[in-house]
Design a protein around this ligand. Structure first.
Ligand SMILES: Nc1ncnc2c1ncn2[C@@H]1O[C@H](COP(=O)(O)OP(=O)(O)OP(=O)(O)O)[C@@H](O)[C@H]1O
Length: 347
C-alpha cells in the first residue's frame, strides 16, 4: 500500500482547459460527441457513448490518480491495449472511464460475463425481414416471391472498432476465453472477423483511433477464467493497488458529505480492517461505510451532534459489519460472530 506522501491535487470532474490548442481539442471532442451519438443511433446501438457522458462523476485527481491515468493514456497512445488489474473496489473502473473520457473519442462499454460469446461481442443476424415481390409477367397470372433478408445487428465490439471508440471491457475475465478469439486479429492484424457475416462484409478494418482498456481482479475469484496467453501477450498490464490514505480520503469526501475528521476516522478504520481481515476491503467499502454513518450517526445522536471524527464504537462495528457481511454470505454463524469480534477489536 502506498504511503501518504502524495501531494493533494484535487480536480473534480473535468480539467479546465486554458490555451487555444486545448480549446480546439474541446471543440473536436464536442464534434465527436455529436457524431458518436448519431452513429449510435445509426447502428441502433445504445452501447456508444459520448466521452463526456462516461467520466465518472465525481472524479478525484490526486497525483496518485493522475499518474496512473497518464500511464494508461500513454500506452493507449502507443496503440497498446491496457489491462488494469487490481483488487475489488480499488478504483479500476473509475480510472478506465476517466482515461477513456480524456481521449475524447466515443466510448463503448462491455461487462464481462459467463454469457458473453463471440456473437455478443461482434454481432449477429437478428431475424429476417420478410417481404413479398409479385410479378404479373402474363396478364391474369401473378407470381409471388417471398424474400427473407437477414438483418444484421452490430454488437459493441463491432461498433467500437468501426467508430474508432475507446472500448472499456470491465471484468473481462468473467467471460469465457473462447469469446475473445476475435480480439487476436483486432490487435494483431487490425482486422475484425465477423462470424455470421458472409462475403466482403465478413471482416472490417479496425479504425486507427480504436483503443481498448480491460479491467479484472488480480486474484482468482469465483467465476473468472484464465484468459489465453496469446491475448494477454498483446496487452500491457497496469497493476492497481489501493490508493494512499490521502487519495482515499479525497475519494470518500467526493461521494459523502461528512467533515474532514469523520472521513479521516472512517478511512483509517477501513485501512486497518484491510490489513487485519482476510477479506478484500476496498475503497468502495469506505464510501459505503461513510454513507451509512452519515445516516445512522445522525439517528443515534438525535441531531447528530457527536464530536467530529468520534463515532460510537458499537455504531462503527454495526456499520462495518453490514458493509463486509456480504463477503462472508453463506458462511456459518461462527464466521459471522468471528467477523464481528474482529471488527469490534479493530475499531
Ligand atoms: N478517482 C476517483 N474519484 C472518485 N471516486 C472514485 C475514484 N476512484 C474510485 N472511486 C469510487 O470508488 C468506488 C470503487 O471504484 P471502482 O468501481 O472503479 O473500483 P473497481 O476496482 O472497478 O471495483 P470492481 O473490481 O468491483 O469493479 C466507486 O464508488 C468509485 O466511484
Amino acid at each position: 500500500m502506498a504511503d501518504d506522501s502524495s501531494r493533494k491535487r484535487k480536480v473534480r470532474g473535468r480539467k479546465i482547459t486554458t490555451d487555444r490548442s486545448k480549446k480546439e481539442g474541446r471543440r473536436a471532442k464536442k464534434e465527436l460527441a455529436r457524431k458518436s451519438s448519431k452513429a449510435g443511433k445509426r447502428n441502433g446501438d445504445s452501447s456508444l457513448s459520448a466521452p463526456e457522458d462516461v467520466a465518472p462523476e465525481p472524479f478525484v485527481e490526486t497525483d496518485a490518480v493522475a499518474s496512473l491515468r497518464d500511464r494508461i493514456n500513454g500506452w493507449l497512445e502507443a496503440e497498446k491495449p491496457v489491462h488494469l488489474i487490481g483488487p475489488t473496489g480499488c478504483g479500476k473502473t473509475a480510472l478506465a472511464l476517466s482515461a477513456a473520457a480524456e481521449r475524447g473519442r466515443p466510448v463503448v462499454w462491455i461487462n464481462g460475463d459467463e454469457s458473453v460469446d463471440t456473437a455478443a461481442l461482434v454481432g449477429a443476424n437478428a431475424g429476417g425481414e420478410r417481404y413479398k415481390e409479385s410479378d404479373r409477367f402474363v396478364s391474369g397470372v401473378s407470381k409471388q416471391t417471398e424474400i427473407v433478408r437477414e438483418r444484421w445487428v452490430d454488437n459493441p465490439l463491432s461498433v467500437a472498432v468501426q467508430e474508432g471508440a475507446t472500448l472499456v471491457y470491465n471484468e473481462f475475465s468473467r467471460s469465457d476465453p473462447s469469446a475473445h478469439n476475435v480480439l487476436l486479429s483486432v490487435f494483431e492484424e487490425g482486422v475484425l472477423e465477423r462470424p455470421g457475416k458472409r462475403g466482403e462484409d465478413r471482416t472490417i478494418d479496425v479504425h486507427p483511433e480504436f483503443r481498448a482498456i480491460f479491467t479484472s481482479n488480480d486474484v482468482e475469484y469465483a467465476g473468472v477464467h484464465r484468459q489465453q496467453d496469446a491475448l494477454l501477450d498483446r496487452f500491457v498490464g497496469v497493476h492497481i493497488d489501493y490508493y494512499d490514505a490521502e487519495t482515499e480520503r479525497e475519494i470518500v469526501k467526493s461521494h459523502v458529505d461528512l467533515s474532514e475528521e469523520d472521513v479521516e476516522a472512517i478511512v483509517s478504520k477501513t485501512r486497518a480492517l484491510r490489513d487485519e481481515l482476510d477479506l478484500v476491503v476496498g475503497t468502495r467499502a469506505a464510501i459505503t461505510a461513510a454513507k451509512g454513518l452519515a445516516v445512522f450517526d445522525g439517528q443515534r445522536n438525535g441531531d447528530g451532534d457527536g464530536e467530529a471524527g468520534e463515532f460510537d464504537d458499537e455504531l462503527l462495528t454495526d456499520v462495518f459489519m453490514d458493509v463486509l457481511a456480504p463477503k462472508i454470505a453463506g458462511e456459518g454463524p461462527d464466521d459471522v460472530s468471528q467477523l464481528r469480534t474482529q471488527i469490534a477489536e479493530s475499531v
